[in-house]
Design a protein around this ligand. Structure first.
Ligand SMILES: [Zn+2]
Ligand SMILES: [Zn+2]
Length: 345
């Protein structure tokens, strides 16, 4: 990638991923490398096969769950710095999911920050995004279009609780589809915050959520140990229950155990008219672990880079917009899929 000369030792976009020449390491590489710095434990950012990994302390349990316990993993506290080659590296909260970080790289006084994925809405299950001023900022743009504007989380949770109450009154089962790492834990915590802890008695999860939930709990996030629906007796009465499941459960036989289920999904893509209908969903709740258009703008302003690189989703749109505002910006070619791709499909 054609970085200006003074950024050349800081960061390059290579066929294996974002690379720091001064430290000889990659950030979220999509091919195995010697040294990988990982922003967070989602599958498009944390890939198997590298010799060694560096991530935050609170990313550890999720990363071991994703990549296996025999990887060589070193962790840092947020804000703690380490020297890799001639680069100084530190990890700062990204607010995306538990343990997610923005990677700050400093070489000869020049600073690059790679944001990974991030959001700025409060989330009781992860650390809050912090601005990290830099010369070169790599931002995601999963929802980088002005149509994406998130509502207050409380409002969305209120809608979820209403939908659940209506189903309960009709003796139906509520199945809420959400990404298994991050979104599901955030939903559980937010639902219990509003509905009260006793509501946990009617909450169940799909088996795919058991591992991530445990990883959150071992890391110190307050979440109840919810039973997997598959572990319940075959004749269990599901009327009135709320079950969280990954989007892939929608077309699986797992769903058959609930005779009359109302299916909903929580995703940023639900903001697009027609997504819910195409997926044959009863309800769509707009809730994302990514920044919306305004929050992308604010985050870029607060990071205040001289140059911006944009990845994910609507990268070209955001890069063009920022260039017009007077900030040199380019869309870079990466293989990050976007966590909500499954929901978009
Ligand atoms: Zn992610
Ligand atoms: Zn991503």
């Amino acid at each position: 990638m054609n970085a200006p000369p003074r950024f050349r030792r800081l960061l390059e976009c290579t066929p294996r991923g974002l690379y720091c020449p001064a430290g000889d390491f990659y950030i979220d590489p999509w091919h195995p490398v010697d040294r990988a710095v990982i922003t967070h434990a989602h599958s498009d950012h944390a890939r198997w096969g590298s010799q060694s990994y560096l991530a935050t302390d609170s990313c550890r349990a999720l990363l071991l769950l994703r990549l296996g316990s025999n990887i060589q993993l070193e962790t840092l506290a947020y804000g703690q710095s380490t020297k890799i080659g001639s680069a100084r590296v530190s990890l700062h909260p990204a607010g995306h999911v538990l343990g997610s970080s923005q990677v700050r790289i400093e070489v000869d006084g020049a600073v690059a920050v790679v944001s990974g994925d991030y959001k700025r809405q409060a989330d009781p299950t992860c650390e809050s995004w912090e601005p990290v001023p830099c010369h070169l900022y790599v931002t995601e743009s999963t929802f980088g279009l002005p149509v994406f504007r998130w509502q207050e989380t409380d409002h969305v949770i209120g809608d979820v609780l209403q939908w659940w109450a209506k189903n309960r009154a009709e003796k139906r089962t509520s199945v809420l589809l959400a990404y298994a790492v991050g979104k599901s834990q955030r939903l559980i915590a937010e639902i219990l915050n509003v509905a009260g802890k006793q509501a946990a008695a009617d909450l169940y999860v799909h088996g795919a959520l058991v591992g991530p939930n445990n990883a959150y709990r071992t890391t110190g996030v307050e979440l109840p140990d919810l039973p997997s629906a598959a572990s319940m007796p075959r004749d269990h009465d599901w009327s009135g229950a709320l079950i969280l499941a990954p989007p892939s459960a929608q077309n699986s036989p797992w769903l058959d155990r609930f005779r009359d289920a109302s299916i909903a999904m929580a995703s940023g893509w639900m903001a697009i008219r027609g997504t819910r209908r195409r997926r044959a969903m009863d309800r769509g709740f707009v809730l994302s672990d990514h920044a919306d258009w305004n929050d992308l703008k604010c985050s870029i302003e607060e990071s205040n880079p001289e140059e911006l690189w944009v990845t994910h989703g609507f990268a070209k749109t955001l890069a063009r917009y920022q260039t017009e505002l007077g900030r040199p910006s380019i869309a870079i070619d990466t293989r990050f899929a976007g966590d909500d791709e499954e929901a978009k499909a």
